[in-house]
Write a protein that binds this ligand. Structure first.
Ligand code: FAD
Length: 398
């Protein structure tokens, strides 16, 4: 007999967990099944590249603490959902079982993008299991190579340095976070990394990786440098996991396309979190956001909508990062190709960067300044033309 549920959630990340909250807020008793291919119940990913590497960082702090038993959720861990039969409203699992759903949520996130040629020995950093693997690898050798100059690469280079490794950071851009930050700020952060002992290989790609022995890898860059290391970590972004939708013939150009409520083109199928491509009224465009605040807010909103609420998701999520001593928060679009206005209290250390498009603020970055995000959001949502942006100076730094 097929088990039948009112709600079925695919995924075991933050968006799935938040969706369970949203569903239960609206419907405390409707039957609920959640399947995740991870072995662990939902946990927070951001500490994997930050707090866990600092003194006193504990794995126990990751768990999100929803009591699934108490919330009457049938949680199936370590199993993958492989097929949706939309006409029959059935979800098939890799082990051959299937469940019937009334409403289905895909909170499948993304898979780490891999290096070309799929060399062995590389940890693509995404899960708590990756963290455990890295911790084991850290026991041998002093050298580490981190590939990627985005958030994960930058954070992991800082984390491994703080953990006592000598890190080579290899990335193709001119500086750390160059795709997001204005050139002077990216250059200052890159210089700070070098001063803290990181050997920065900017403008470089990995050409080849070979095994030296069971514990050491040789990373060869396109400049011909050979970097021997016991740990090779890559943070190259993610590829949204859309296969359950594409297998039904649904086009997913950049994630699973949803409407303001989180509903997909397939009846009674919803999507939330990193995998969802949603309309942002504040920015007047579609977006896909790979950040914690969005996973939590979108997950909860879409979960509640599945259970009868009808609330459009109009939230503009924030995100944050820690790079050694430098902390920042941001909201909206950060793209170094946009025009920017920089407003520094202390150059490249403390201040605000406004990102402009067509004379409107579309993104705000606050460096070592806190509690500015509500005001930043208001600037973006207001959509008032700001000319060349010079009158923005002092708006958020005071
Ligand atoms: C190391 C690290 C640090 C980060 N730091 C920050 C930060 O500082 N600030 C910030 O804002 N964001 C940060 N992020 C990003 C943030 O963690 C993500 O935006 C968030 O995890 C997305 O949640 P999600 O639930 O949408 O997707 P995911 O976390 O990817 O979860 C998807 C889940 O679905 C499961 N799954 C997928 N397909 C299937 C299937 N077919 N069957 C069963 N299960 C399936 C996956 O195994 C996974 O458990 C960080 C991410 C990482 C990896």
């Amino acid at each position: 007999m097929t088990a039948a549920y009112k709600y079925v959630v695919v995924g075991g990340g933050m968006a799935a967990d938040a969706a369970v909250r949203g569903i239960r807020h609206q419907d405390p008793n409707g039957s609920l099944f959640m399947v995740s291919q991870e072995r662990f119940p939902p946990y927070d990913r951001p500490p994997l590249s930050k707090a866990l590497w600092k003194k006193g960082g504990r794995v126990e702090s990751l768990w999100r603490g929803l009591d699934y038993d108490q919330m009457s959720v049938d949680l199936r861990l370590g199993e993958r959902a492989v097929r949706i039969d939309a006409a029959a409203h059935e979800l098939w699992l890799a082990g051959g079982a299937h469940v019937h759903y009334e409403r289905l949520l895909l909170a499948t996130g993304g898979a780490p993008r891999e290096l070309a040629g799929h060399p062995v020995g590389v940890t693509y950093f995404r899960t708590v299991e990756d963290y455990f693997r890295l911790r084991r690898a850290m026991l041998s050798g002093h050298e580490a190579v981190v590939v990627g100059g985005g958030f994960i690469g930058a954070e992991m280079a800082a984390a491994l340095t703080l953990a006592g490794k000598h890190v080579h950071l290899v990335f193709p851009e001119a500086g750390v976070l160059s795709r997001l930050l204005p050139p002077r700020l990216a250059a200052a952060i890159t210089e700070d990394y070098a001063q803290r002992g990181v050997t920065v290989h900017a403008g470089r790609q990995v050409a080849h990786i070979e095994a030296r022995d069971n514990e050491t890898w040789r990373v060869i860059t396109d400049a011909g440098d050979a970097l021997d290391a016991s740990v090779v970590v890559a943070g190259l972004g993610i590829v949204p996991r859309v296969d359950l939708m594409t297998a039904m013939g649904v086009d997913c150009p950049d994630g699973i396309v949803v409407d303001a409520l989180g509903a997909t083109a397939v009846e009674d199928v919803y999507a939330a979190g990193d995998v969802a491509n949603f309309p942002s009224p504040a920015l007047g465009r579609r977006m896909r956001v790979e950040h914690e605040d969005h996973a939590n807010r979108h997950g909860e909103c879409v979960g509640a909508n599945m259970a009868g609420q009808e609330q459009a998701y109009d939230y503009l999520p924030l995100f944050y990062s820690d790079l050694f001593d430098l902390g920042f928060e941001a909201v909206g679009r950060l793209d170094s190709r946009l025009a920017t206005v920089e407003d520094w209290v202390e150059p490249e250390k403390r201040g605000v960067v406004f990102y402009l498009e067509d004379q409107h603020v579309v993104g705000v970055l606050a460096v070592d300044l806190w509690d500015r995000m509500d005001a930043a959001r208001a600037l973006i949502v207001d959509r008032q033309p700001v000319g060349d942006g010079s009158r923005l100076r002092g708006r958020l730094t005071g």
